[in-house]
Design a protein around this ligand. Structure first.
Ligand code: IDP
Ligand code: MG
Length: 168
């Protein structure tokens, strides 16, 4: 079995409930390697791209509010890339089923997730569910230089007149 990469997002409820350390400890049981990690703010554009397959679902407006932090008053999430053998399956097993009421009670979603009165599954983490999805998501959430390994082909781009913010 070849090595795989998978994207994990600790969603706004995970950060708000101070579950970050706990979730990282649970994920370390997989013995997978972390090859990228950052905290970032999610805007509507990123949310729409990430959940493009769900845009016609009745719960999508609530889901967009959830991932962009509108439901929790804080739009930070933590994004991580895990790498190793059967990474997708191993991380999904620790995450648990999408519906927190159906998820194994010892999984992250089973232990800490809940169903909101709106019906939305507030389930603490995202985990990629196939190699194709993982590649699409990792390319969306991370720049090549933010990952300590060459995962996918890259190209150089010459940019003139670009202004970027640096430390003073
Ligand atoms: P996944 O996160 O387990 O891969 P997806 O089908 O990709 O599940 O859905 C993305 C997110 O949308 C879920 O994690 C959950 O927060 C929410 N969601 C998915 N299906 C439902 C549903 O039937 N009702 C309410 N929320 C849902
Ligand atoms: Mg999914």
């Amino acid at each position: 079995m070849a090595n795989e990469s998978t994207l994990v997002i600790i969603k706004p409820d995970g950060l708000k409930k101070s579950l970050t350390g706990n979730i990282l400890s649970r994920l370390s049981e997989t013995k997978l390697k972390i090859i990228g990690a950052k905290v970032l703010c999610v805007d509507r554009e990123l949310a729409d791209k990430h959940y493009q397959h769900l845009k016609n679902e009745p719960f999508y407006p609530e889901l967009a509010k959830y991932i962009t932090g509108e439901l929790h008053g804080d739009n930070r999430v933590m994004a991580l890339v895990y790498w190793g053998e059967k990474a997708i399956l191993k991380v999904r097993a620790i995450a648990g089923e999408t519906n927190p009421e159906k998820a194994d009670p010892v999984s992250v979603r089973g232990a800490y997730g809940r169903i909101l009165t709106s019906g939305l599954f507030e389930n603490v983490i995202h985990a990629s569910s196939s190699p194709e999805e993982a590649e699409r998501e990792i390319r969306l959430w991370f720049k090549p230089e933010e990952i300590v390994q060459e995962l996918y082909p890259t190209q150089e781009e010459a940019v003139t007149g670009l202004k970027r913010r640096v430390w003073k």
